[in-house]
Write a protein of this length. Sequence first.
Length: 361
Amino acid sequence: MGWGYRDTFFVAILLILTTISSSLDSPPTSFNRDGKKEKFSETGEEIKWLYEEWLVLHDKSYNEPSERDHRFEIFKKNLHLIDEHNRLKNTSSYTLGLNQFSDLTYKEFASHYLNIYTNTTEQFIFSDSDRYMYKDGEILPDFVDWRSRGAVGLVKDQGRCKCCWAFSAIAAIEGVNQITTGEFVTLSEQQILDCEMTNTGCCKTGYVNYAYEFVIMNGGIDTDTSYPYHGKKKKCKWNGETVVGITNYEFIPRYSERSLQKAVANQPISVVIRTHCIAFQFYKSGIFNGPCGKKLRHAMVVVGFGNENGEDYWIVKNSWGDKWGENGYIRMKRNVDKPAGVCGITTYASYPLMTYSSLSN
């Protein structure tokens, strides 16, 4: 089959965006009539053109011209912030780039995509398990990546529903199920969103351990195919076509990166991190080392760890689609001089347990 107009059009856009902005991995530049390089952020017409192409690439549209203009002003400010950060290439271990959030202020982004876990979060941690407690002298692997072992599914997109906690829990359950049974099954976040009794919808904070408790009390969780995601809370239903169950869940000893490393060497682990900065909104690539916030705001799942050029990192799967970060993932600095780890990654780490898998057709 030959390429159609749509295929050619999108390839052209991608090539142009790569040529002009290089996804902002390095400071974007253009050339004036004299052939001299100048900052891309100083050429208003080209920024407007880039904005138009960005709208097409991310399928964005606005009801009113005034809203379109307002979003363009936000886009320009975000582009400038990204550009300024990437000019620190020799001093920063990560780069920022345009993504689907480029027309949002940080306040708007946080209100739609980040939770607010108060200090009472620790009330839900009744006791830490010693299952993965690191003991002096233990030898841990230097590199683990559960993606290459078939225990990690495709990156999902929670959309404008603050249910990262459900996506984090489901990713951890999908992982331990594959490790236990040898079969990967994509499971339903929507069922947790609809049926977990303490959850009141997409606007309220939920907890990873509540998701685990629902799966245990419910006798399992349905597949994503038979109970697909809609991005909003709906009436609870039970299909029962295919069910994966867990027997329990536990918390990793807090403030121990070694214990977290030991746990991740055995299965993907749910974590909640502190994040309150625009750098996280536009993370593109590299090893993220902050800045972080003071409060826990977002749940993800650690699926591995490694080292690049002498710098240790965690491999963390997000739920904002594959256009964010490194194809939906972020590498976060590991083995820092803080007990809680970078962005508090060791504060609220948990995992499901499975001794059986109930699969019924």
